[in-house]
Design a protein around this ligand. Structure first.
Ligand code: PLP
Length: 413
């Protein structure tokens, strides 16, 4: 994503140094053209019904960009639903799922007439029927199924095994069919699934498609007209050169093999695949030190800015802006947070770096800023969007003082 003109770093046609002059590190920077390319590839192979998983990057500028590319929104909380509406998505382009929707969340979604509310339990169907009846509304719903498929990803982001908390197990389909015939206010028109994230194993997609086709046919043959079959997200990206290669063409092949002759409207809900590679986290070196023979570069981004390495042991490649030095060093790059898990990468070879030099943490457009926090009372990072020769700051964090001022000290203290 980074390119050099006269030895100066650029993203698209914007000089990174110009952005650094006006935006304090740490900040996320996204390339609009990379997002557009990823959306185009996804649509080319998987069709036009793509619903961006808002949890991966919920900045409203990114959501607006997705709309301009004719992408819908897949939301998993009332906050994401409100954000997507605020960013201008038509309610009819929004799918609401999530294992824990409160009654108030459901009432809000019913009132907004969104495309589909995907329920994740038998109990939720009953609650939704009661609320729809009270609101005197007919509501289009889908059921998220749990196909009991191991996508081969790490357990923290696996969602499709029967012991995971998500979706309704396939053996419950008969119960759903019986129940729904008594739910006069609910139109069951869709099924969905999502077996996890970072899935590269094509057999996992194939097996999921087979189970979902069987499920759709079972509903249809019992008189429930399933129009939409949503096959989830989870497409793999290569964070590391040694990661398995994922080819979306192969997903398309399995999709055609399984659903080729059917009339279901197929949809997908990718997040990471559309935005991860479009983002870089820009961070400054604030200190250098050697402890126990380890050369530490201490940077101003921490696990509060990008939690994936600390939380999932995730790998993000790190590159340098200052590559003048001919001498290379082995470094461990760590953040400023008071936790030993606040380390981005160990034993990386980089040209010699100094205090105030800038490091680039790559492939951070998904599950980066959205998972950031003010842990250790540090401010959130800014976000910047690049579009050819233009750039805009698309998230301006509050000063930490404003956060501090939200605490209320009770009058007995
Ligand atoms: N759909 C649902 C229900 C999810 O929970 C997620 C994230 O795990 C996604 C879609 C998107 O996943 P990914 O970003 O891996 O494509």
């Amino acid at each position: 994503m980074l390119n050099f003109k006269n030895k100066l770093p650029y993203i698209e046609d914007v000089s990174l140094n110009d952005v650094i002059k006006v935006c304090q590190t740490p900040f996320y920077i996204y390339s609009q053209s990379v997002i557009i390319q990823k959306v185009e590839i996804t649509k080319k192979f998987l069709g036009k019904n793509i619903f961006f998983s808002v949890k991966s990057n919920s900045n409203q500028a990114i959501l607006k960009l997705m709309q301009s590319l004719n992408i819908g929104a897949d939301v998993v909380s009332i906050g994401e639903l409100k954000r997507s509406l605020s960013a201008g998505f038509s309610p009819k382009k929004i799918i609401f799922e999530g294992v824990g929707k409160s009654k108030n969340d459901l009432i809000y979604a019913i009132k907004k007439n969104i495309r589909l509310i995907n329920v994740e339990s038998i109990e939720e169907i009953k609650i939704l029927q009661k609320l729809a009846f009270e609101q005197n509304k007919d509501v289009d719903i889908g059921v998220r199924l749990n196909p009991n498929i191991d996508g081969g990803t790490i357990s923290k982001i696996s969602t499709g095994k029967k012991t995971d908390k998500f979706g309704i197990e396939l053996y419950e389909i008969d119960n759903i069919i019986n129940l729904i015939s008594n739910c006069k206010n609910l139109n069951l028109i869709g099924i969905s699934c999502h077996i996890g994230s970072q899935i590269s194993n094509i057999d996992a997609y194939k097996n999921t498609f087979i189970e979902m086709k069987k499920a759709a046919d079972k509903f249809s043959s019992s008189g429930i007209n399933i129009k939409h079959v949503d096959l989830g997200g989870g497409f793999h990206i290569q964070y590391n050169k040694n990661d398995p290669k994922f080819k979306i063409e192969e997903v398309k092949k399995e999709l055609d093999n399984c659903f080729g002759q059917s009339e279901y409207e197929l949809s997908f809900e990718p997040g990471r695949f559309l935005v991860a590679e479009a983002g870089i986290l820009i961070t400054s070196i604030i200190n250098t030190k050697n402890n126990g023979g380890i050369n530490y570069l201490i940077v101003d981004a921490g696990m509060n800015t990008l939690v994936r390495p600390a939380m999932y042991n995730a790998h993000h490649n790190i590159t340098v802006l200052n590559n003048q030095s001919l001498k290379s060093q082995t470094y461990t790059v760590a953040g400023p947070i008071c936790e030993s898990s606040d380390v981005f990468i160990k034993d990386i070879n980089l040209p010699e770096q100094n205090i105030d030099d800038i490091l680039l943490i790559e492939d951070t457009g998904a599950y980066g800023k959205v998972m950031s926090s003010t842990y250790n009372s540090r401010a959130l990072p800014s976000e910047v969007l690049i579009n050819k020769g233009d750039f805009a700051i698309i998230f301006n964090p509050e000063k930490i003082e404003n956060d501090i001022n939200k605490d209320v000290i009770p009058n007995w203290l």
